[in-house]
Design a protein around this ligand. Structure first.
Ligand code: UDX
Length: 451
């Protein structure tokens, strides 16, 4: 790449990660072209509308469309011709055996390759198994047409994994704990460091405090390792929660006691009905397959997954042990999304529990601040479900309240009032959201996780 050429970035795939990345770089002052092949989505974004919920992103879209630094297209050729850094943010969904399906990345690499006529840095940001970047480089090179001289010199592949949390994606983009850059051509360090320079200035940090340069495989493994480790912490604390239930201890006290040791850390030690969402379960499954492919014993991670799977039946059994047969019982459900702050119900433990309860012929009064529309689409028509307008509406006449997502607004409910709505004052707090003493004082029977 001509080192004096102005930097211009193209981001392919404008989902949560792609749009956040595109707008983040644009806001840092770079010219960014967003490429979205779904025409309806592309037009929405072009018109300043965001096709998913993500805190703060609508305002940033409006600002950067207005500045002219961000534009949107469906035309891959236009983006490849006009940008020198090409960031791939397309999906890598889970295959039936848990393997990550990298076909969207492969297809995109083919199309990008067909349009390359000058040197490009191609960044793999989508989460993918180790060795994916090497495969993509082969595809890119073998699809370059009409090039004079060696194709090898026209493409450098780089891996920059994303560590963005849904609902906090913009915050995480602008306040990263680290930026991992995996590359095999270390001459690119200046150019890649340069695109993050405005961010480092904003954060008041030196390059060495945030940027980590690694080889390509290490960068790919870093992402899977990060999510597998977070999943491990959650399953670990949930395993301890099972012990606490058995012996009458309080897992919240145990978690606090160990979390204050900085070697352990208090984050991701929240017990409950388990981890879900579009990343942790999928990345854990894909990483287990990476272990298998490389003949490494990753059975440890299989246990992490197994402990998480068991959360669903453990919770339902806890309810059945108290209420008996759930047939025709009425249950108030608080929360459907996989975590608070999002309407995303993908792989949500709440949804798995609700689906089981319907199979058991319970009647449900469900509430979620954001996720009702997504849930209706998922579940279809069911005469067993009443869509409550408020958390308290979900408790009218119920035999128990089930807390499945730790939305902070549920903590603001007045249980003196709720006590008059419910038929039976029972609460199964699947996220340990509430203070058991507070609810007991209001006349409720409280059942938490591991306490
Ligand atoms: C995760 C990673 O945090 C992020 O770095 C990565 O890029 C994408 O995957 P996200 O899926 O948005 O982000 O959700 P996260 O906040 O990590 O929560 C994942 C799940 O774990 C949720 O279902 C949450 O309820 C659960 N969780 C989290 C717990 O059960 N206990 C905890 O202590 C923390």
């Amino acid at each position: 790449m001509d080192n004096d050429a102005p930097i211009s970035i193209a981001v392919f795939g404008l989902g949560h990660v792609g749009l956040t990345t595109a707008l983040g770089f644009s806001d840092l002052g770079w010219n960014v072209i967003g490429v979205e092949s779904d025409l309806a989505k592309m037009k929405l974004i072009q018109d300043g509308q965001v096709p998913f919920n993500e805190y703060g992103i609508s305002d940033l879209l409006a600002k950067n469309l207005h500045s002219g630094r961000f534009s949107v297209t469906a035309d891959i050729k236009e983006a490849v011709c006009n940008a020198n850094i090409l960031i791939m943010c397309v999906g890598t969904p889970q295959d039936t055996d848990g393997t990550a399906d990298i076909s969207q990345l492969q297809n995109l690499a083919r199309k990008i390759g067909q349009n390359i006529t000058s040197h490009k840095i191609v960044v793999q940001k989508s989460t993918a198994p180790v060795n994916t970047a090497a495969k993509l480089k082969e595809i890119l090179l073998s699809n370059i047409q009409n090039s004079k001289g060696s194709n090898d010199e026209l493409v450098d592949i780089v891996v920059i994994p994303e560590f963005l949390r849904e609902g906090n994606a913009l915050h995480d983009f602008f306040n990263p704990h680290r930026i991992v850059i995996g590359l095999d051509n270390f001459d690119l360090k200046d150019m890649l460091g340069c695109i993050y320079k405005p961010l480092l200035v904003k954060m008041g940090k030196n390059e060495s405090e945030i940027l980590i340069y690694t080889d390509i495989s290490s960068a790919e493994i870093s992402k899977h390792t990060a999510n597998a480790f977070l999943a491990t912490k959650i399953s670990f604390v949930n395993m301890i929660a099972d012990l606490c239930t058995k012996v009458g201890a309080d897992v919240e006290d145990v978690a606090r006691s160990i979390g204050m040791d900085p070697r352990i850390g208090s984050d991701f030690l929240k017990p409950g009905i388990g981890f879900g969402g579009s990343c942790l379960p999928k990345d854990l499954a894909a990483f287990i397959q990476v272990g298998k492919i490389n003949s490494i014993d990753f059975s440890f991670l299989e246990e992490v997954n197994k402990i998480n799977e068991l959360r669903i039946s453990n919770y339902i059994n806890q309810v059945i042990n108290v209420l008996g047969d759930l047939k025709e019982k009425t249950l108030g459900v608080w929360g459907l999304s996989f975590k608070p702050g999002t309407d995303d119900i993908r792989d949500s433990p709440a949804i798995r529990i609700v689906s089981e309860l319907i199979k058991l012929k319970a009647n449900l009064r469900v509430h979620d601040p954001y996720a009702i529309t997504a849930f209706k689409e998922f579940i279809g028509v069911s005469d067993r479900i009443y869509y409550a307008e408020s958390p308290s509406d979900a408790t009218v006449g119920v035999n128990a309240i089930l807390v499945l997502t730790d939305w902070v607004q549920y903590k603001e409910e007045d249980f003196k009032v709720i006590r008059n709505y419910v038929n039976d004052p029972l609460i199964f707090d699947g996220r340990n959201l509430f203070d058991p003493d507070l609810l007991t004082n209001e006349g409720f029977q409280y059942y938490g996780i591991g306490r």
